[in-house]
Design a protein around this ligand. Structure first.
Ligand code: ZN
Ligand code: ZN
Length: 353
């Protein structure tokens, strides 16, 4: 079977290798890889800026946004041959910390967790992979073309859960949400906002391509004006920030109404400085009981929430988020961003295309 591997120290870090078919351990599932979603995290791993290799090896099977079909499932695993399945990315740290001990490994306190395709354990960018059934999530059989969006959906399901829990500290009846950034995270955050019956607004820079019509077809409003203007026009109770752009982050924090919540999901590069009136920002947050919360990763509960959200969504709309499907033998292409990309996907099974 073929797999996409990464050796960050080499001149050509990305390689499609022929590897032996994996043998499932006791109780494990054998899964045929169908598709793999590509994101900025993969590009950071390829450039050596993120992640870790398995011990004693100079390469890692890349890929954390999985979709596969179960080929072999042991009795009592809860899975059957033919089921669509997605693998959970993170595994608890071995200590474990209090959060990991309670299944909240997305909130790990000591950072010693591992992650498939990212940190120390092989990922899902392979034509076959194995997984513990307790870290696999079954999908609605109708989601074959879009189930690869599960992992980014788990990230926004967690973000929404965080927002609702933070809101739950007092009376909370949000009406308007602003999502900054119309990439996959922003689009899926907007989808989950619509599913909650909210008035959804999305801000992005681009004025052409697939993003504006996708936002409009969701029943949300697309904005390209300056963030300050959009904040005062929309007056959002909630902001989900998905760009990591420093100015958007601070304008969002400063511009919410009383009891506003800003959920930060975008990872910014360090070292870019902007000037902020910290005194006025602090004053605003205190006097309005505002909250700013960072959110990353997801635990099993969020995977189940994401599976439900995808099952309830319009499949044709979801499919439009996937702007490219690249066969595995042209892997390099999938990991190279294109101007009109929302989500690029690597097709692992050439016979399915
Ligand atoms: Zn990703
Ligand atoms: Zn932990």
């Amino acid at each position: 079977m073929r797999a996409v591997t990464v050796s960050p120290d080499r001149e050509d870090p990305l390689e499609v290798r022929e590897l032996p078919e994996p043998e499932p351990g006791p109780g494990e599932l054998l899964v045929q890889g169908l598709a793999l979603g590509v994101c900025g995290t993969d590009r950071e791993i390829i450039s050596g800026g993120h992640g870790a290799l398995p011990e004693g090896r100079d390469w890692l099977v890349l890929g954390h946004e999985s979709l596969g079909r179960v080929r072999r499932a042991p009795e009592g695993s809860g899975f059957a041959e033919g089921d669509l399945a997605v693998g959970v990315v993170r595994r608890p740290d071995p200590v474990p910390c209090g959060a990991c001990a309670r299944g909240e490994f997305d909130m790990c306190r000591n950072g010693r967790y591992t992650e498939r395709g990212i940190k120390a354990i092989d990922g899902f960018g392979a034509q076959a992979w194995t997984i513990e059934p307790e870290y696999a999530v079954k999908l609605d059989p109708g989601l074959e073309r879009v189930g690869v969006l599960m992992e980014p959906t788990t990230v926004v399901a967690k973000a929404w859960e965080q927002i609702e829990r933070v809101g739950g500290r007092s009376w909370f009846d949000p009406r308007r949400v602003l999502v900054t950034g119309a990439g996959p995270i922003g689009m899926l955050a907007a989808l989950l906002g619509k599913q909650r019956g909210l008035d959804v607004h999305v801000l992005d820079r681009v004025t052409e391509g697939p993003k504006p019509p996708l936002v409009r077809d969701l029943g949300a409003e697309y904005h390209t004006e300056d963030i300050e203007r959009v904040m005062s026009e929309v007056d959002p109770d909630i902001v989900i920030e998905a760009t990591g752009a420093a100015r958007l982050v601070f304008e969002a924090m400063a511009g919410t109404p009383a009891y506003g919540i800003v959920c930060l999901t975008g990872v910014s590069p360090a070292g870019r400085r902007i000037t902020v009136d910290a005194g006025s920002l602090n004053r605003d947050i205190v006097l309005e009981n505002d909250a700013v919360v960072g959110s990353v990763n997801a635990n099993l509960r969020h995977y189940r929430q994401a599976a439900d959200a995808l099952a309830a969504a319009d499949r044709a709309w979801l499919e439009r988020i996937i702007t490219r499907r690249v066969p595995i033998d042209r892997a390099q292409e999938a990991f190279t961003p294109q101007p009109d990309d929302i989500k690029a996907v690597l097709a692992l099974d050439p016979s399915a295309e």
